[in-house]
Design a protein around this ligand. Structure first.
Ligand code: ACM
Length: 489
């Protein structure tokens, strides 16, 4: 087969070895899952659903098959290498059968994503040249953020994005749930946050909020795609929506109006008021219950109306509250100045920040340097959507950086991973969000997953070119960068 799809995989796998012959999906192909293998049945059913809707084939799923047999797509933990960890997989495509070997659902799931990319984008024949792929991630944290506070994104749209994100092996969905312009999660003990705060949005954006049931459902859906939801309540700044909902949270007891502008840094919770901590404990307590993952993101950025002393006091109390929920605290890099716990994760975003100071205090960092990873930045000065205060970020700029060298004094082991945020001051629809994420997010996904060695823009842009028809087949509205020699469908 000319130019086989295994040459275009994104993220690039750790090891690829060509085999002999071609595997074909046919009306008699079955999916077989070996007995007692953790995650195998769930992954087998996931792949069956995915391939049925693509090919129209029956693809029955058989449980408790004892051996790898010709004509089957088999899921087994036998022969899975422990080197790759929970998320690693071995995928063997041979003329007679396909075998996924992994230790957990996420390993199988990532094998399935690779398998999907080995098949044609939209049309049969459904054939794959024989190949053996051994693969595992570089970083544990491969994140993407969606700001649902400036402009709300309803659950069905978030689920579509989750499917797209997971197909590139991203595993953290950070939801920025509150800001000056809106509050997006129902908190039963403080219902006006959602009922009043949720009625706001940035000018031009959408209002709304997730009920607790919707949020649980979103988190469960993400989990079924190998992604953990990381909820963020931004504090003590970026809090007008909360302050507008409850007068008693304000110094002087008067609530401000809801805010629809784009400025930052003017709001703050009152660090000296005890009710502030009752509010934080109630909100984080409910959010911890709603969230299956082990993280709570507490923001902490751009608190320009909070004095340094108030900020330290506030973060000290918040640290204790988060610890009481049993979760790990994450904050934007400003929290470094307040003093860290070794279990904290610090999300590095500012150009001139010092991640090594976080590391010195024992924390790990998540790399989201705004000049490379902020996907709300314009692609070119002419891009209609987005902002430009951090940088102009073409596809190449989002790909060609390294989390270890982007700031001084950091080692690979200090880094939990990478994350690409999408802020939505100018992004009000799913279509607009897709345009900003895609295709830049594929480069960030590759940075999180693939080995550091041998990264090359010239090689990557050719692989990326093959994903144009794939994104188009899924009706993704993406930016056709002139830096990429896009393949025709
Ligand atoms: C941020 O961009 N304010 C984290």
């Amino acid at each position: 087969m000319k130019n086989p799809a295994y040459k275009h995989l994104i993220p690039k796998p750790v090891r690829v070895a060509e085999g002999e012959g071609v595997f074909s999906l046919t009306p008699s192909t079955r999916i077989s899952v070996q007995a007692g293998q953790p995650g195998a049945l769930q992954a087998g059913q996931y792949l069956a659903d995915l391939l049925r809707s693509l090919t129209g084939l029956a693809l029955p799923v058989e449980e408790n098959v004892q051996a790898v047999e010709p004509g089957c797509i088999c899921f087994t933990s036998q022969g899975a290498s422990s080197a790759g960890g929970e998320e690693g997989y071995l995928l063997e495509v041979a003329q007679q059968q396909v075998v996924f070997r992994a230790q957990s659902f996420s390993g199988y799931f990532y094998g399935c994503q690779t398998f999907r990319q080995l098949l044609p984008a939209a049309q049969g024949p459904w054939q794959i040249p024989a190949v053996r792929i051994q693969d595992y991630p570089r970083f544990a944290w491969r994140g993407v953020m969606l700001d649902v506070a400036r402009s709300f994104f309803p659950p069905a749209e978030v689920k579509r994005l989750i499917d797209l994100f997971a197909s590139y092996k991203l595993n953290r969905l950070h939801l920025h749930l509150s800001d000056d312009q809106g509050w997006r999660i129902m908190i039963n003990s403080w219902p006006k946050l959602a009922l009043h705060g949720g009625s706001g949005a940035v000018e031009g954006g959408r209002s709304g909020y997730y009920s607790q049931e919707e949020f649980r459902d979103l988190a469960a859906y993400a989990h079924s795609r190998g992604m953990l939801v990381v909820p963020e309540i931004d504090m003590p700044g970026h809090t007008t929506a909360a302050l507008a909902s409850y007068p008693e949270l304000n110094r002087g007891g008067a609530a401000p109006q809801l805010y629809t502008g784009r400025k930052v840094g003017f709001s703050t919770l009152a660090a000296e008021l005890e009710i502030t901590y009752q509010f934080v404990a109630d909100v984080l307590g409910e959010l911890a219950q709603l969230t299956p993952g082990p993280y709570l993101h507490v923001g902490g950025d751009e608190a320009h109306s909070t004095t340094a002393e108030e900020y330290r006091l506030f973060l000290e109390r918040v640290h204790a509250i988060v610890a009481g929920t049993g979760k790990r605290l994450i904050g934007w890099d400003e929290i470094i100045q307040a003093g860290l716990q070794p279990t904290d994760l610090v999300q590095i975003w500012r150009k001139d920040t010092q991640p090594r100071e976080a590391v010195r205090q024992g924390a790990q960092v998540i790399m989201s340097p705004c000049q490379h990873a902020y996907l709300d930045m314009k692609y070119t000065p002419e891009t209609e959507l987005g902002q430009d205060w951090a940088a102009i970020i073409e596809v190449k700029d989002a790909y060609l950086w390294d989390p270890v060298t982007v700031y001084p004094g950091i080692k690979e082991a200090d880094i939990a991973g990478v994350e690409a945020p999408l802020w939505t001051e100018t992004i009000y629809t799913l279509r607009a969000a897709e345009y900003m994420y895609f295709p830049r997010l594929l480069g960030i996904a590759e940075m999180g997953w693939s080995p550091r060695e041998g990264r090359s823009w010239e090689e990557y842009r050719l692989r990326l070119a093959a994903h144009g028809p794939r994104l188009a087949a899924q009706n993704v509205h993406f930016y056709h960068s002139p830096q990429v020699p896009w393949q025709e469908g």
